[in-house]
Each structure stands twice: as structure tokens, then as C-alpha cells.
Design a protein around this ligand. Structure first.
Ligand code: AMP
Length: 407
């Protein structure tokens, strides 16, 4: 929990420095909230149940739909843009494996009311900055666009059912299988080769040439260029790649999409996924642009551990040792005085000898040990030992803590 709290506080403060405000939604929702966007097939992937009133409910598998429900219910009148962040446990009926759990935590955000290139650049930069600030060294940021991918399908005049077949293959980068599927669909070899070539390029001009007849794609690509420009020049995020094969479920997202991976994680390497999407009108609200992302919190910890990140170790400021029972009440008085000044303080509760107590104090990383003995107490004094240097000093009780440590 110390590692997790440290990472959570760090993420939280980065969200706040980008002007986001925290919200929380319930752990369970109506099942319909999740089937509305993804269809009944999603039921297999979530924990759902009916309650005593016969209502169909689900433990949330993610937080975007709940946040959008909350927005439509309560926040539509708030001034835009609305910048919301959250931490929350999610539940998926997945096969558990390393980095894939049935209960896991997400840190995420939703940006409501703007779709400008600067808004998207800021969103992507924030995801990257959050992971950078928690201390991750090795990350890969991939940026794609689903409107562009959709236009690429249109160039081949592929009907929706065939697109649906290809999407999971593209998602898993199984490009050989995409190629053979295209042949089976009766697409000419050179057209299929061209499609595959563009799918795997990060050259925006090449993509632009391929979809040149498609107005929407041209507009999206021009915005993508602006976003990338801003990321590089204004947000100092240079370590990205254009990857038009990012899919993330076409029925949900639309337009820009992005993912951040940690190669150190192996098979389950995706740390963050996000993009622009449309849900508000489905929940009965007035349409407004929306985008967001979710970071896998548990995977972030696993990735930091894989990189041998040195998490700050917990410390205690002061450990107090009364040398005998008569000293207890004076010792407790000092302990409480220090605690009231926000100095973390512990006291020997086992009546151990001084030697053993000092050993214990060292094991809990105490910075100072205070020894309260009768002789010293006669002069209103106590012994303060610096645990790093081993140096001991006689200090007047009223002079401790020194003013530099007082809060
Ligand atoms: P998604 O909502 O599927 O886009 O997931 C966002 C992030 O949550 C992913 O990039 C993962 O880091 C994390 N994640 C998703 N599913 C799981 C899971 N079953 N266990 C742990 N982390 C997960």
C-alpha cells in the first residue's frame, strides 16, 4: 500500500497541475449502461448479477460510461471544458494472468466540451507526463486515428461486416492474416499490399495520399499534424509514433486514439489507452465533444518494479525509549507533544532494553531516538540520538524539537 499510495499521490498531483478535478462514481451500475455501447456480447466479459429487486446490475468494467452517466445526470450545466479525473477499481471476467486481473484499479480522466488540437495534445501529454512523473523510464506512445482508419476501409470499399472481421486482426497486429483476409474478400493484390503498407507506416504524408479523396480523413490528418506539432514543441513529448493500426473498439471511440506501452511488461504491456469518443447522446444528454484515457494502476506498479524503481521507503521521525516504567508518563507526554506537531513518533510498547529498542528503531528507519532516563530527567533533559551518525546529545526537553523541525 505504501508503493500504491505513493504512485497514487503522484498521479493525483499531476492531474491537478493540469487543471483536472477528482470525481468518484459507484462500484456498480445498471448492466444496461455497459451493454448500451458495446452490445450484449460484453456481458461475457463483466461481472453482472440481479439484485433482490430483480434489477440487472454490473460491477463496472471501466469508468468512462459511469462518468458520462454522472455527467448527463448532474454536470451538464457546468462551465466547459470540464476536466475530471478518477481512481477506481474495475472488474472484468478475464482469464487472470500476469498483469491481467479480475479486479484492478484504473487512474483515468475525461475531458468534456472541447475537441481542439491543443485539447488533445494536452490530454496525451498529461497521460505521458503522469507516467513519467511516477518514475517510469521506458515507455512507447502510439497515436492513431479511427476516422482515418475508417476512410482507409472506404478506399477499399469494404462493407461494415468485413471491417468488423478485420478489426481484431489489426488490433493484434496480425498483418499476414489481414492480407489473406483481404485476398479472400476479393481485393486485388496490389490494393491489399498498399492498404497494409499504409496501415504500418508512420509517415503522415503517405497516409494522406492514400485517403486523398476522403474529406473527413484529410481534416483529421491535418489536426493530427497539429497535435503532434504541439506535443513536440510545447509539451516536450518527442517519444511517440504514429500508428494508424490502433483500433480500441471502433463502436466506442472515434477520431484520435492513443496508447502507451511499457516494453518491460512483456505480453500485457499496455499501460494506458484513450482517445475521443461519443457516449453523451446515447445517455440522453446534449452532445458535446468528449475524450479521455485510463491508466492501468496495477500495471504501472508492476512496470516500475520491473525497472527496479527505488520507491521511497517509509520513515519514522522519532522513536522514544523510556528506560524504566517510571519514565513512561513523561515519555508519553513527549510523544504526544511531537505527534501534535505532525512529527511521526513511536514509543517502545514492549518494555525492551535500550539496546534492543535501538535495534528496532533502526529496523523501522527512525531518524532520531529519544531516551528518557531518570538522571537526565532531573535536569529536564533527555538523550537524543541521531540514527544516521550515531551521535548522542543531551537536550533540554523544552528545546525539542528544534525550531527547524517545528511545523
Ligand atoms: P481499457 O479500459 O481496456 O482501455 O484499459 C485501460 C488500461 O487498464 C489498460 O491499458 C491496462 O493497463 C489496464 N487494464 C485493462 N484490463 C486490465 C486487467 N484485466 N487487469 C489489469 N489491468 C488492466
Amino acid at each position: 500500500m505504501e508503493k500504491r499510495r505513493y504512485v497514487e499521490e503522484c498521479m493525483q498531483s499531476t492531474f491537478k497541475t493540469f487543471g483536472y478535478r477528482e470525481i468518484q462514481t459507484p462500484m456498480f451500475e445498471t448492466l444496461e449502461l455497459f451493454t448500451a455501447k458495446s452490445g450484449d456480447a460484453v456481458i461475457d466479459e463483466i461481472y453482472s448479477f440481479s439484485d433482490k429487486g430483480g434489477r440487472n446490475l454490473a460491477l463496472r468494467p471501466e469508468l468512462t460510461a459511469p462518468v458520462m452517466r454522472f455527467y448527463v445526470d448532474k454536470l451538464q450545466m457546468e462551465p466547459k471544458p470540464l476536466k475530471l479525473f478518477y481512481f477506481g477499481n474495475c472488474f472484468r471476467y478475464d482469464r487472470p494472468q500476469k498483469g491481467r486481473y479480475r479486479e484492478f484499479k484504473q487512474a483515468g480522466c475525461e475531458l468534456i466540451g472541447t475537441d481542439t488540437p491543443i485539447a488533445y495534445a494536452e490530454l496525451i501529454a498529461m497521460a505521458y507526463t503522469i507516467l513519467e512523473k511516477v518514475g517510469l523510464k521506458n515507455m512507447k506512445l502510439n497515436i492513431g486515428n479511427l476516422s482515418v482508419l475508417s476512410s482507409m476501409f472506404d478506399v477499399l470499399k469494404l462493407p461494415k461486416d468485413k471491417q468488423k472481421y478485420l478489426i481484431p486482426l489489426i488490433d493484434k497486429s496480425q498483418f499476414e492474416d489481414v492480407l489473406s483476409a483481404l485476398h479472400n474478400f476479393g481485393i486485388k493484390k496490389e490494393d491489399a499490399d498498399d492498404f497494409l503498407d499504409v496501415l504500418q507506416t508512420s509517415d503522415i504524408k503517405k497516409i494522406s495520399n492514400y485517403v486523398k479523396g476522403e474529406r473527413k480523413a484529410k481534416e483529421e490528418l491535418s489536426n493530427l499534424e497539429k497535435i503532434i506539432g504541439l506535443l513536440e514543441t510545447s509539451f516536450n513529448v518527442k517519444n511517440y509514433q504514429l500508428k494508424i493500426s490502433i483500433v480500441r473498439g471502433l463502436d466506442y471511440y472515434k477520431g484520435i486514439v492513443f496508447e502507451i506501452e511499457a516494453p518491460s511488461l512483456g505480453a500485457e504491456k499496455q499501460l494506458c489507452g484513450g482517445g475521443a469518443y461519443e457516449l453523451i447522446s446515447m445517455f440522453g444528454g446534449r452532445e458535446s465533444p468528449t475524450a479521455g484515457f485510463a491508466i492501468g494502476f496495477d500495471r504501472t506498479i508492476v512496470a516500475l518494479e520491473a525497472e527496479e524503481y527505488q520507491f521511497p521507503t517509509p520513515k519514522i521521525d522519532v522513536y522514544v525509549i523510556p528506560v524504566n516504567e517510571d519514565m513512561t508518563s513523561k515519555a508519553l507526554e513527549i510523544v504526544q507533544k511531537l505527534r501534535n506537531q505532525n512529527i511521526s513518533t513511536d514509543i517502545d510498547l514492549l518494555k525492551r532494553g535500550i539496546g534492543k529498542s535501538i535495534k528496532y528503531a533502526s529496523s523501522i528507519d527512525a531518524e532520531k531516538v529519544i531516551i528518557i532516563g531518570p538522571k537526565e530527567l532531573e535536569q529536564d533533559s533527555m538523550t537524543v540520538r541521531d540514527m544516521k551518525s550515531g551521535e548522542q546529545k543531551l537536550v533540554n526537553i523544552n528545546d525539542y524539537p528544534p525550531s527547524s523541525q517545528r511545523i
